[in-house]
Ligand binder design. Structure first.
Ligand code: ZN
Length: 613
């Protein structure tokens, strides 16, 4: 049995609402709290200074020295941050208050000479001036603690329970977090069974507003936000409930005792956590349907991550190593499939029409297919390189050679779903892949999956090998959209011929040489055998640079002939190319006029009870 419990702590003139724990939790947390030896106390003596005062008390660490470390990243955001650079006024003491010597032995490591001291107490401050979902913040109006950027760890502590006490600014009423409170007698005090859970549980503080909560299968779901804005709260939360319910029904069970959306204020971005999501949020304009649908899709994404990445996770993504990048090929599944599920969940919740679903997928296909990076980087590479190039691919000057695994992963999720449905006469789908991963790896094996295990699950569900889908993931091979879309009776709009000339070669300047960087399939350039790395010496006898080259092509007419002098290795070649027509590709999806019963069935069950068109 689970029951909802709210804490209401009355101060002189203020109430503190903590979020939250179910009935079973309190017994477990109180028991665990008795044995816990690591306690953080986080204070905010002068919020306007943007500085948290932190005390870490721990016992039972043996040895002459102890290394205390600040993580270099935080779960859910696959980029390196210099969190340690915000630490100030560090000092270490033993249990009697005697100062202990220390030194920095790395940019994020404080080595303390503990000399077998039974208790160690660290004091330090953390500057938190950045208003971003992936950084901590403290100001006069609110505080946001991203624990991985505030709480130091030691290797011998990281798998042990930890307590966090918050000395809340007395002018504020609320602490919201996914962490469980320890017990009714210790206000503003929270428990985590280990540092992984602590680092995956941000804490929002201030005079916050709780939107009308809802329960699903007796499990409470909250939305607690800083200045959420003007909108119809009940309508919004009713629709959010429908989205969350659609997410839960993919897997069939709820793996947490309570869930909280933390609205951290205006801005961009959200980060998923174990039983919470920190999201930039302004409700102004939410009563207009387009903004509401966009916001609900964003929240659906963060929510569905509680399954896809927090529980169904690649092996590299947990337990985490906080001292270095956690490299994985699989973010096209963890992030890309979660994008695909945004639109499935909204459709299944009855909030999106089939037309809108198809439009959303069209936009993602267009974004991928209009990106020259598709010729250079695979989905697995973009995942592996995300720590250096950023989540959406690098956008430096020159020819773009990176892609977004959000786009390509969403497309591959869509194609995989269609493939499985086609191969099983629509008896199985991507939902079965999600369920199998959840029950086999998260619940039974209690670990992440390897790249190969993921593929095996997909192929077992489909009942056949899926070489092409996985080739699309690991290479830059052009995607055969018509084949896969046809499984659901869908097709892409026919491309429209434009009056502009088309060659189909992407060129770039390589230290003064004009070099072919990629050749598009079925293009005039490919037909005459132009190849990657060919150097273009002259065009119609004239030397040109990369920008001039593109202008020169666009100044021609389809059907015009150009002569290229090329250098390939130690050979010189001359080719003549007849330019074709530039095509305008909308990538719009539409239904075929006479779908077969299986095509119609696949399309219908894909999006469930979507809003009628
Ligand atoms: Zn995501």
């Amino acid at each position: 049995m689970k029951k909802q419990r709210r804490w209401l702590i009355l101060g002189v003139a203020l109430s503190v609402i903590l979020s939250y724990a179910g009935g079973q939790t309190s017994t477990h947390t109180v028991e665990a709290a008795r044995t816990v030896k690591t306690v953080f106390t986080i204070s905010m003596e002068n919020p306007a200074s943007h500085c948290y005062q932190v005390t870490l008390g721990c016992q039972g660490l043996e040895g002459i020295t102890q290394d205390f470390k600040m993580p270099v990243w935080s779960p859910g955001y696959y980029g390196l941050f210099d969190f340690a650079g915000n630490v100030r006024a560090f000092r270490a003491e033993d249990g009697q208050g005697n100062l202990l010597k220390w030194e920095k032995t790395g940019s994020s490591i404080w080595r303390v000479i503990t000399d077998q001291a039974e208790s160690i107490v660290l004091h330090y401050e953390v500057l938190a001036a950045s208003q971003f979902v992936g950084q901590s913040y403290l100001g006069e109006d609110r505080g946001y603690i991203l624990p991985a950027s505030v709480c130091l760890y030691a290797d011998d502590l990281i798998r042990r329970p930890v307590i966090v006490k918050i000395n809340l600014n007395p002018l504020w009423s609320t602490i919201a977090t996914g962490l469980d409170p320890v017990s009714a007698g210790e206000p503003q005090t929270f428990f985590a069974p280990d540092f992984d859970e602590l680092y995956d549980s941000p804490i929002l503080m201030g005079n916050l507003e709780s939107l009308p909560p809802f329960e699903i299968q007796g499990v409470p779901h909250y939305f607690i936000g800083y200045k959420p804005g003007n909108f119809n709260r009940q309508l919004f939360m009713n629709e959010l409930k429908a989205v969350v319910a659609a997410g839960i029904s993919v897997i069939g069970e709820i793996p947490y005792r309570h869930y909280t959306f933390l609205g951290i204020g205006p801005g961009q971005g959200g980060i998923e956590h174990l039983n919470s999501a920190a999201v930039s949020f302004s409700g102004d304009g939410l009563d207009e349907r387009p903004k509401r649908i966009g916001t609900l899709a964003f929240l659906a994404h963060e929510y569905f991550h509680n399954y896809n990445v927090k529980r169904n996770r690649p092996l590299a993504l947990g337990p985490f190593d906080y001292s270095q990048p956690n490299l994985t090929n699989m973010l096209w599944v963890s992030e890309g499939f979660t994008v695909y599920y945004e639109y499935l969940l909204l459709s299944r919740a009855g909030l999106m029409t089939r037309e809108e679903f198809m439009e959303a997928m069209s936009k993602i296909i267009a974004s991928q297919e209009n990106n020259p990076g598709r010729f250079f980087q695979s989905a697995t590479q973009s995942s592996y390189n995300t720590w250096t190039q950023g989540p959406f691919g690098a956008r430096r000057g020159g020819l773009r050679k990176t892609i977004s695994y959000y786009d390509k992963g969403a497309i591959l999720g869509f194609l995989l779903d269609l493939n499985i449905r086609q191969a099983t006469q629509n008896y199985r789908s991507l939902d079965d892949v999600m369920r199998t991963l959840y029950y086999t790896f998260y619940k039974e094996k209690r670990r992440g999956f390897t790249d190969e295990e993921f593929r095996q699950v997909c192929e077992n569900v489909a009942g056949c090998p899926l070489p092409e889908i996985f080739e699309y993931a690991s290479t830059t091979k052009a995607i055969d959209y018509p084949k896969y879309l046809a499984y659901a009776g869908l097709e892409l709009d026919k491309p429209r011929k434009l009056p502009d000339a088309y060659l189909g070669a992407l060129v770039e300047d390589q230290t003064g040489r004009l070099v072919v960087a990629a050749v598009e399939p079925d293009s005039p350039a490919q037909k005459v055998g132009l190849m990657t790395s060919d150097e273009i010496k002259t065009v119609d006898g004239r030397q040109v640079k990369d920008l001039d080259f593109n202008q020169l092509i666009s100044s021609k007419q389809p059907g015009d002939k150009i002569k290229l002098d090329l250098s390939r290795g130690d050979k010189n070649l001359e080719v003549e190319v007849i330019l074709g027509h530039q095509l305008e590709k909308s990538f719009r999806l539409r239904t075929v006029s006479h779908p077969s019963p299986l095509q119609a069935e696949i399309l219908k069950s894909l999006t469930g009870r979507q809003l009628p068109d």
